[in-house]
Design a protein around this ligand. Structure first.
Ligand SMILES: CC(=O)SCCNC(=O)CCNC(=O)[C@H](O)C(C)(C)COP(=O)(O)OP(=O)(O)OC[C@H]1O[C@@H](n2cnc3c(N)ncnc32)[C@H](O)[C@@H]1OP(=O)(O)O
Length: 410
């Protein structure tokens, strides 16, 4: 984990409200987008100025990155504070001088020194960027699912007889906010949402739509679905694509009913949904092979303070091992820690005992949400076992009871 030293001409500070127009231009340049005046207001609502940093070359803002104050639900149904890292961008022409490295170090050291969130999460634009900063890959994944129109369910799948109503965004929003807030507390990887995150997640200006329709909102008494339509009128009949943004339901029956509503939509050809890797739909349709699916990495997780982070979730079995951890960027994590779990709860204490397992902080980040098996990281030679059986036992303890999934990109 080698972190580049910043060019000495650079300086970094937190942003103020006045910096947002310049920030908008840096982000547009970084993401190869056209700058839009209206993005400044959305950024103001979405980003938190006092947790956002600008990196300056003299007076010029050349790079940025922000932390969103969020809760994420950890294994054990535990909503827990996390630093959601976003809006990382460096102007072309100022890259590979250590701008992003300076930002990463400032964020992580700040969280540690101020005793803030014990771990950070992000969505990576490219898979090659964040491993060097100790973020664990694939800590959650998503399933990119294509389901054929009218795919039948097994007879045991109950959908109930509640009517699903298609309503306006204005009518849907307060209902969705309430349902989402109840459901997210029970789902590993889900975040709480504030006003800015709803605006960002369900942004629905013309330029957000990528040629598709505006969002449609389907309300069930115990859930909702949001989707767009891509029109596709074929000579042999309509084959519209339903692009589902999310299906959120408080009961399995409501979840099935909302899926059924989308699958049976007249004029549709297929339903596309970026969903959780353990979406039960594959066991609900009679022919799972009809569902074409691909997996992609979603959240990357960075443990900031190992002794504060690991006890924040629950574990599936009891273990007692010494972990030898390497962390160049956050050296306070390096060294040996006794990791003990009992009845689901963990303690992490400094020790001089000899280690049972050696691993780096990014490997711990990968397994933290409970979706990645430590045994797989050992087979990838990322984790070394010194005591036979330790990796198997730790792997089982760290697994969650469902796959972590983050339904929103931030
Ligand atoms: C959470 C999010 O917001 S994800 C969005 C990230 N932003 C983007 O993708 C926008 C486009 N890209 C950028 O703005 C920049 O290239 C960034 C932010 C990814 C990297 O910024 P830089 O200031 O160039 O990074 P920095 O100079 O600190 O590089 C650190 C190391 O990472 C490597 N690195 C940086 N970016 C990349 C990349 N895209 N792919 C592979 N390696 C990379 C560098 O080569 C360097 O390694 P080295 O020290 O061994 O030479």
């Amino acid at each position: 984990m080698n972190v580049r030293m910043a060019d000495s001409a650079l300086s970094i500070r937190t942003l103020t409200d006045d910096d947002f127009p310049a920030l908008g231009r840096v982000l547009a340049a970084a993401f190869q987008a056209d700058f839009r005046e209206d993005s400044v207001e959305r950024d103001r609502k979405f980003l938190e100025a006092d947790r956002s940093h600008g990196i300056f070359d003299g007076d010029e803002l050349v790079g940025c990155g922000g932390i969103l104050t969020r809760e994420i639900t950890l294994p054990g149904r535990l909503p827990t504070p996390t630093a959601a890292v976003t809006a990382v961008g460096v102007k072309p022409g100022h890259r590979r001088r250590g701008v992003a490295s300076l930002l990463m170090k400032t964020q992580l050291h700040g969280l540690h020194e101020e005793n803030r969130e014990a771990f950070a999460i992000l969505w990576a634009s490219e898979g090659s960027i964040y491993g060097r900063f100790g973020y664990g890959a694939l800590s959650s994944e998503m399933l990119m699912l294509d389901l054929p129109h009218r795919a039948p369910f097994h007879p045991w799948v109950r959908t109930g007889d509640a009517r699903i109503r298609e309503v306006t965004r204005e009518e849907a929003m307060p209902v969705m906010e309430e349902i989402h807030d109840r459901v997210r507390r029970t789902r590993t990887g889900w975040l709480n949402r504030v006003e800015g995150s709803w605006l960002f997640h369900l942004g629905d200006e013309e330029h957000d739509r990528d040629g598709l329709t505006a969002y449609r909102y389907a309300l069930h008494p115990q859930g909702y679905a949001v989707y767009r339509v891509k029109h596709d009128w074929q000579p042999r009949g309509p084959q519209n694509e339903l692009h589902v943004r999310e299906i959120v339901a408080e009961t399995d029956e409501a979840y099935a009913a909302l899926y059924r509503h989308l699958l049976d939509m007249d004029l549709a050809g297929e339903v596309k949904f970026f969903t959780s890797s353990d979406d039960p739909i594959l066991h609900m349709i009679t022919n799972p092979r009809q569902a074409s699916r691909a997996r992609a990495d979603a959240l990357w997780t960075r443990i900031v303070d190992i002794d504060r982070a690991l006890p924040q979730r629950r574990y599936l079995s009891d273990v007692d091992y010494v972990l030898d951890v390497t962390d160049d960027l956050c050296p306070w994590n390096s060294g040996s820690w006794r990791f003990t779990t009992k009845a689901g709860e963990a303690t992490v204490l400094r020790t001089t005992d000899s280690p049972d397992v050696s691993l780096d902080i990014a490997a711990l980040g990968s397994v933290f949400l409970g979706g990645v098996r430590l045994t797989v990281l050992a087979r990838a030679q990322r984790v070394r076992e010194h005591t036979p059986g330790a990796v198997d036992a730790l792997s089982a303890a760290f697994l969650g009871d469902r796959d972590p999934h983050c339904p929103e990109v931030f």
